[in-house]
Design a protein around this ligand. Structure first.
Ligand SMILES: *Cc1c(COP(=O)(O)O)cnc(C)c1O
Length: 379
């Protein structure tokens, strides 16, 4: 089955009870049993719920995995992965990682005796030199937020497998439409389904997808033991969102490409970060591991001025100033004061994150309107 069919039919069957084509919302905490333990596969909704189960099956299908798990948020999904570790274990991760992951790693899990090494993954040697006998996991993102760096998932997977290290990939930005980390050798794929999978800015949810049965069993155990599951209503919305993922992504990519080129030729724009440009430092990797280049991009105006960036953002009429990404509507954000405010300025500048940087989540509106909006705002 091809991807554009999997989003709609992958691992999905009409509901067994009445043939309902859309998965019903099983808004229940518990299930009647004939005698203790004799039930229809569902005993209690923390452990399993039919609506969530249908979603988890869909998630597995679209990421080419065998097992899917849905969580209350992207952070809850990452938290479940971190619970695979023990005090003394070490993790190697991306230096321009999602701010919430950085916070969870440094403010929660370092307190439990786990060490995190933040490295520039554009050079595989930077990972190699950090590997010790205690290295149990590599956690990576590609493309990264908001600098749109691209790292070679296949090369990192090879290194991880040679050293018996788990590789987990946060695939939120790329989505399974653009890239499938399990196919590239990763062991765990994570999504903030809040973003492109849900796609309509109406839910908060996380997902994990894996291939290996023993790993799946450990994660299912954690999901049930810790209990950070998503509710059936949100599972329904995510299932509904996934059904149009491929059509939405086509338009996100189309609009993203047009806006990236428009901004690149604008006299007031200093730099545009978008992996589709041939002069992007890792364009060749993006071309190989992604199907297209997505709808996320960042750009900076001349000078390192928060004031200038905010002026542009405030003038935008169609792009909404907001956190988050991946919805049908276009959003603009100012990483230095919003998503990345917790990172000291000197560390931000090291990765090129200036005060004038603006991040766009390009939606699926008419691209002419979006360009006109940027034109008047930059003016
Ligand atoms: C949003 C996001 C997360 C966290 O997901 P939530 O659903 O907000 O908890 C993790 N990684 C990336 C790349 C994200 O964009």
């Amino acid at each position: 089955m091809k991807f554009n069919t999997k989003t709609i039919h992958g691992n999905q069957k009409p509901d067994a009870a009445y043939g309902s084509v859309m998965q019903p919302i099983y808004q229940t905490s518990t299930y009647a049993q004939q005698s203790p333990g004799d039930h229809k596969g569902y005993a209690y909704s923390r452990s399993a719920n039919p609506t969530r189960h249908a979603l988890e099956q869909s998630l597995a299908s679209i990421e080419n995995g065998a097992f899917g798990m849905a969580f209350a948020s992207g952070m809850a999904a990452i938290d479940a992965v971190m619970k695979l570790l023990k005090p003394g274990d070490e993790v190697i991760t991306t230096n321009d990682i999602y701010g919430g992951s950085f916070r969870l790693f440094t403010k929660v899990y370092e307190g439990y005796g786990i060490t995190f090494h933040f490295v520039d993954m554009s050079d595989i040697k930077n990972i190699e030199t950090q590997i010790t006998n205690n290295t149990k996991m590599i956690w990576m993102e590609s493309p990264t937020n908001p600098m749109m760096n691209i790292f070679d998932i296949q090369a990192v997977a090879k290194l991880a497998n040679q050293n018996n290290i788990l590789l987990a990939v946060d695939n939120t930005f790329a989505t399974p439409y653009l890239q499938n980390p399990l196919d590239l050798g990763a062991h765990i794929v994570m999504h903030s389904a809040t973003k492109y999978l849900g796609g309509h800015s109406d839910l908060v949810m996380g997902a994990l997808i894996v291939n290996e049965k023993t790993l799946a069993e450990r994660l299912y155990f954690i999901q049930n033991a810790s209990g950070a599951i998503c509710g059936p209503q949100d599972a329904f919305l995510a299932l509904r969102g996934i059904k149009t993922l491929h059509v939405r992504m086509e338009r996100h990519c189309h609009n993203g490409r047009a806006i990236a080129h428009y901004l690149k030729n604008h006299s007031k724009v200093e730099k545009v970060y978008w992996p589709g440009f041939e002069d992007h430092p890792s364009h060749h990797i993006a071309k190989r591991q992604m199907k297209d280049f997505g709808g996320m991009l960042s750009f900076s105006t001349y000078g390192d001025s928060t004031e200038d960036a905010l002026k542009v953002i405030k003038n935008l009429k169609i792009f909404t100033l907001a956190e988050s990404l991946g919805g049908v509507e276009s959003l603009a954000g100012h990483p230095a004061t919003m998503t990345h405010a917790a990172i000291p300025k000197k560390d931000r500048l090291k990765i090129g994150l200036t005060d004038s940087l603006i991040r766009l989540s390009v939606g699926i509106e008419d691209v002419d309107d979006l360009i006109e909006d940027l034109e008047q705002a930059l003016e």
